[in-house]
Design a protein. Structure first.
Length: 69
């Protein structure tokens, strides 16, 4: 898998109490946000979103590498 760099994770609480999880890859500029499920543990949701995001960033970088060669 391609190097995805250091993914930044932010937990955002909105005025209405809703919580969002935002993952950002500074190297590629990609970001993803998801509304958290209040019933499921945050750590479980964070891991799931992190795994999905890593794959998406790696695919995007692989596409960029293919376009260059």
């Amino acid at each position: 898998m391609a190097e995805t760099g250091k993914i930044e994770i932010d937990l955002i609480k909105l005025v209405d109490g809703t919580r969002l999880l935002r993952l950002t890859d500074p190297k590629s500029g990609m970001a993803i946000e998801r509304k958290l499920n209040a019933v499921r543990p945050v750590r479980e949701q964070q891991k799931q979103l992190h795994d999905i995001f890593r794959v998406a960033v790696a695919r995007a970088q692989a596409g960029d590498d293919a376009a260059v060669t």
